[in-house]
Design a protein around this ligand. Structure first.
Ligand code: GTP
Ligand code: MG
Ligand code: ZN
Length: 292
């Protein structure tokens, strides 16, 4: 059997579904060391009713989150991250920003989706996002239950990963985009169990030859231990013009004299909330690296 090319559309622990020229094929992986992630482009061979993945082709990006103990790959070859939020249940601005920082580190474009625009609390949620729209992140406001046309142009030509807390409506968006997908969605009930999420696997859905959208399980945390202080600072896009300009080469942007970032905050060109988030994350990162 000859080697064929395909794309991994779903990854379970050791089983995968690969999109091939002739439809979806259940696959296993050859050997124990090959790490395969949803979105990977692979070489596989047919084997009985299924296939065996033999090679993972070079990735253009690998999005992962980590803590001090482990890293967990979410998806490969993503070209755009869409962070989905809604007015209800309430969302964490810090979590949204952590997702954006991870994307910046991988040079992945990002966009914000404010879903459930039908909810009366939406203007207040929109206001909270000003911190990010002000520095250039595009925002699409829509209601997945009624009309997703505002999102379509943003998806064209991209592999877009939908990410966000549970209950924001990621799977509802998938169902609106892919009428045949029939993904399970559910009312989010904090009273029932705050740790619950409806989607349990990452899944790639093909929109057209050049575009795909990936659904992922709701996030409760998104650690960034894999970013060192330098990478972290560069992931704050609006910091970039000031980096390397401080008086001290090893400036931590805390209270050093001649810190260009602190000056930018004083001048109102960088928001204090963003510098504070940087400082919080840098300290977390520093403490974790001391422990290892
Ligand atoms: N009012 C309103 N409700 C919505 C909208 N979109 C989704 N919902 C509801 O929000 C709830 C959660 O939707 P899901 O699509 O399951 O959320 P999810 O982000 O996929 O959640 P996880 O899979 O747990 O991460 C469901 O009850 C949806 O019907 C919307 O535009 N307006
Ligand atoms: Mg879901
Ligand atoms: Zn500085």
């Amino acid at each position: 059997m000859t080697v064929q090319h395909g794309r991994v559309v779903a990854a379970f622990s050791r089983r995968f579904i690969v999109e091939t020229e002739n439809g979806d094929l259940p696959c296993q992986v050859k050997g124990r060391h090959l790490r395969v992630v949803c979105g990977d482009r692979v070489e596989f061979r047919h084997d009985g009713d299924g296939g065996v993945i033999e090679t993972v082709l070079p990735r253009t990006s690998l999005l992962y989150r980590s803590d001090a103990f482990k890293t967990k790959a979410i998806a490969a070859n993503v070209t755009q991250l869409a962070v989905v939020v809604a007015a209800r249940p309430s969302f964490s601005m810090e979590l949204v920003q952590r997702c954006l920082l991870a994307a910046e580190d991988q040079n992945i474009a990002s966009l914000l989706i404010l879903n459930k625009a039908d909810l009366p609390e939406t203007p207040a949620a929109r206001e909270r996002l000003n911190l990010l729209t002000r520095i250039g992140y595009p925002l699409v406001m829509l209601s997945a239950l009624s009309d997703i046309t505002p999102l379509r142009p943003a998806l064209h030509g991209h592999t877009t990963l939908l990410i966000g807390q549970s209950g924001m409506g990621k799977s509802t968006l998938i169902n609106a985009l892919f009428p045949g997908a029939d993904v399970v969605t559910a009312e989010y009930s904090e009273a029932l169990d705050s740790g619950r999420h409806t989607t349990t696997h990452t899944r790639l859905h093909r929109l057209d030859a050049d575009s795909a959208v990936i659904d992922s399980p709701g996030l409760q945390e998104f650690a960034l231990q894999h970013l060192n202080a330098h990478a972290l600072a560069h992931a704050f896009v609006e910091f970039r013009p000031y980096l390397g300009q401080c008086r001290f080469r090893d400036c931590q942007h805390e209270h050093e004299p001649g810190c260009r970032l602190i000056e930018a905050v004083t001048a109102g060109d960088v928001s204090l909330a963003r510098l504070q988030l940087f400082q919080t994350l840098r300290r977390l990162q520093h403490n974790a690296s001391q422990r290892l």
